[in-house]
Design a protein around this ligand. Structure first.
Ligand SMILES: Cc1cc2nc3c(=O)[nH]c(=O)nc-3n(C[C@H](O)[C@H](O)[C@H](O)COP(=O)(O)OP(=O)(O)OC[C@H]3O[C@@H](n4cnc5c(N)ncnc54)[C@H](O)[C@@H]3O)c2cc1C
Length: 392
């Protein structure tokens, strides 16, 4: 097993734009990754196993809901620190970022934003310390890019709600204790429910044999006449825009996470090209290899600046849905190109688990679809600049 000697590239001195706290958070997550995750990740992915020790490990580095107030188990970090945390986790493997960001951005954030005080105090600290694991269910077997047509139903019966339906492709579903789930009523209103998995009316099913996100548990949520207290309806709206905005923080997390993957691939390729000798010379001395490395660092640098600026907008509560969408699409596309170029620089070695590149490429294939497909994000930007929605 190789030593994890990751160093993040910083061609434009982005570190000078970061606060001491930003750097402290980034470096402490990086250290934890090097000592605890890097040594086991290749084998876990090869064996298609989710390492359960990550559950507690992430909580020990404050990786669940770190941007929340201390009262709710967070540490009040800003969104740049949160982004850097995602960068460092996904730099190792997407499974780590998924575990941290689904729990943080999609479960804890939504409970914090929409839950009544009793709900917040009942769940948030237990989610922060990893005692409870949450998941987020929007996608269904027949509705992915078009969640407005969702078929999961809720119905008010006296002072309870009854939920019926199935959610598919849900990160952490097989190991979840609770789920934040969108459902629709017959008046076409969307309801965001907090559902505990503690009876036979809430079942889960694991999706087996994925080629990406292999060290992450993904599955189905199945609700059959699940009855919940009315407090478990956190938020109700008839505006689809409100539903989609709930994805903002996780899409933001993905934009930083994909940047982390690109950094790792660049770092590996640069080191390899300085060691590998062909035709009696280091391959890094060949112009074609240099062009590849130059393109990689240039594209990484552009995205570093983009997500840093987006983080500043997030801190000021000024980041728009469309700006976040652009960053997600740009960062994932950039990382896919960088990862493939890194793979070519590594030659045959690039396809082995000796190096992380092929594993990252497979995770990036998921990232192109996950949290809104590349096509849908293109159309979101298209709509924002032309004023014309091309979705339907
Ligand atoms: C490993 C994994 C984990 C996931 N985790 C979660 C999770 O935790 N929670 C959750 O709710 N979801 C999750 N998802 C689901 C993910 O968000 C969806 O897969 C995604 O939104 C796309 O939906 P779909 O797969 O049904 O594809 P579809 O919507 O069926 O799309 C198929 C293709 O058609 C294209 N397309 C669709 N509509 C248009 C259009 N109008 N114009 C042009 N092209 C179009 C798409 O871009 C895509 O290329 C996860 C997915 C994966 C693979």
């Amino acid at each position: 097993m190789k030593q994890d000697n990751f160093k993040s590239p910083d061609y434009y001195s982005i570190d000078n734009l970061l606060s001491d706290e930003n750097i402290l958070v980034r470096d402490s997550v990086r250290e934890w990754v090097k000592n605890n995750a890097s040594p086991i990740i290749e084998k876990a992915v090869q064996d298609d196993i989710f390492p359960k020790i990550f559950l507690k490990g992430i909580s020990e580095i404050g990786g669940y809901g770190a941007f929340l107030p201390e009262k709710y188990g967070g540490s009040d970090i800003d969104f740049i620190s949160y982004g850097l945390m995602m960068q460092e986790l996904e730099r190792c493997d997407s499974s780590l970022r998924v575990l941290s960001s689904v729990q943080s951005s999609l479960v804890m954030k939504l409970i914090y934003d929409y839950g009544k005080e009793g709900v917040k105090s009942k769940y948030l600290n237990r989610l922060a310390n990893g005692e409870l694991i949450g998941c987020f269910g929007m996608t269904e077997p027949s509705h992915g890019s078009d969640p407005s047509s969702m078929q999961t139903k809720f119905k008010k019966v006296k002072n309870t709600y009854v939920i019926n339906g199935t959610k598919l492709w849900i990160g952490q579903a097989p190991i979840c204790d609770l789920a934040l789930v969108w459902a629709k009523n017959k008046e076409s209103e969307f309801g965001l429910f907090l559902l505990e998995r503690n009876n036979e009316y809430f079942k889960t099913q694991k999706i087996q044999n994925k080629w990406g996100f292999r060290a992450s548990e993904t599955g189905e949520l199945i609700f059959e006449n699940l009855i919940v207290d009315e407090d478990m309806l956190l938020f109700k709206t008839s505006n689809m825009v409100d539903v989609l905005k709930c994805l903002n923080l996780d899409r933001y997390a993905v934009s930083w996470g994909a940047l982390g993957i690109a950094m790792d691939c660049y770092n590996v390729a640069l080191n390899y090209s300085n060691e590998r000798i062909q035709f009696g010379k280091k391959i890094s001395s060949f112009q074609l290899i240099q062009k590849k490395l130059v393109d990689m660092i240039t594209e990484i640098t552009k995205v570093q600046i983009m997500v840093w600026r987006l983080g500043k907008l997030m801190n000021a509560k000024q980041a728009s849905y469309e700006q976040i969408s652009m960053a997600k699409r740009t960062s994932v596309n950039m990382a896919s190109d960088v990862a493939r170029t890194a793979r070519s620089i590594l030659g045959g070695m690039g396809i082995t688990s000796e190096y992380p590149v092929m594993r990252h490429i497979l995770n990036l294939e998921v990232l192109k679809t996950y949290q809104g497909t590349e096509e849908i994000h293109t159309l979101i930007t298209g709509k924002s600049i032309t004023g014309i929605p091309a979705f339907r």
